[in-house]
Design a protein around this ligand. Structure first.
Ligand SMILES: NC(=O)c1ccc[n+]([C@@H]2O[C@H](COP(=O)([O-])OP(=O)(O)OC[C@H]3O[C@@H](n4cnc5c(N)ncnc54)[C@H](O)[C@@H]3O)[C@@H](O)[C@H]2O)c1
Length: 254
């Protein structure tokens, strides 16, 4: 019960890492409020959490990449349990392309749905954390924030996630006086319903990437969720500004 009694807002709980985070948080005693663009996946996660005896509610469809959508969700989510202790900025959507083929629209879509989304939700949650006397924000960044990738044209994605890391560090300084901690978790390749088919298809650009992971496998959503759990919990009471890679050791290879 490492999050006993805490109210945790998690974005993008319709599947993948967001779903696993909601499940792990609820198992550890958190009261979870999720959301997603897609109602079906969102509702499925709530059912899974409740079936396991956890406490969770969620709103969908919610588009957090619009200022109005983010503000409305945060206001509704904070009202459910009367406050906020933890925010996990997990939701994102990406478009890939090499630099001369990435359209301006695809660049803007990615920056909006990976970087603006973190700003908009955090800005809306901040007063609730201040009112609570502190709290924890965990931003899901990526190994792409700190390195290029030969196998993936991640121009907009890398730039957006680099921005998430920079924003994390600035918020550390602004949050300190309010006892708000802000940290990041940077997954590498993680098997979710969206990525698993790419990882197993021998013709995909991801094929063979596992050979570059010292621990010899791609990540599972729960691997990421457990790092998020630590940073969200009071065990990390003196940790702010950390960026924990969850990558099987891949970042150590340079
Ligand atoms: N899976 C990986 O290999 C991997 C690697 C590194 C980083 N990450 C990061 O981890 C996080 C979760 O990734 P995932 O693989 O579980 O992704 P996913 O696509 O499976 O889940 C993301 C969820 O966010 C929701 N979402 C997207 N845009 C939204 C919006 N505007 N408003 C509300 N909801 C929105 C989606 O509907 C989806 O359910 C992301 O920030 C991603 O960049 C993932």
């Amino acid at each position: 019960m490492r999050l006993a009694g805490k109210v945790a807002l998690v974005t993008g709980t319709g599947g993948g890492i967001g779903r696993a985070t909601a499940q792990v948080f609820a198992r550890e005693g958190a009261r979870v409020v999720g959301c997603d663009l897609y109602p079906d996946g969102s509702a499925e996660t709530v059912e899974l959490v409740r079936a396991a005896g956890g406490e969770m509610t969620a709103m969908a469809p919610v588009d957090l990449a619009s200022a109005a959508g983010a503000s409305a969700w945060v206001a509704d989510a904070a009202a459910v349990y009367g406050g906020v202790d933890v925010l996990v900025n997990n939701a994102s959507a990406i478009r890939f392309g090499p630099i001369t083929q990435l359209s301006v629209e695809d660049w803007s879509f990615t920056i909006r749905n990976e970087l603006d989304i973190v700003f908009l939700v955090t800005r809306a949650v901040w007063p609730h954390l201040v009112a609570r006397g502190g709290g924890s924000i965990v931003n899901i960044a990526s190994i792409s924030a700190t390195r290029g990738a030969a196998f993936m044209p991640q121009n907009a994605h890398g730039a957006a996630k680099g921005g998430v890391l920079a924003l994390t560090l600035q918020l550390v300084t602004e949050g300190g006086p309010h006892r708000i901690r802000v940290n990041a978790v940077s997954p590498a390749m993680t098997a979710t319903p969206h990525t698993r088919p790419l990882l197993t298809d021998p013709a995909s650009p991801f094929a063979g990437q596992v050979d570059r992971i010292p621990l010899g496998r791609v990540g599972e959503p729960e691997d990421v969720a457990h790092a998020v759990l630590y940073l969200a919990s009071d065990e990390a009471a003196h940790v702010s500004g950390a960026n924990i890679p969850v990558d099987g050791g891949a970042a150590a290879l340079g």
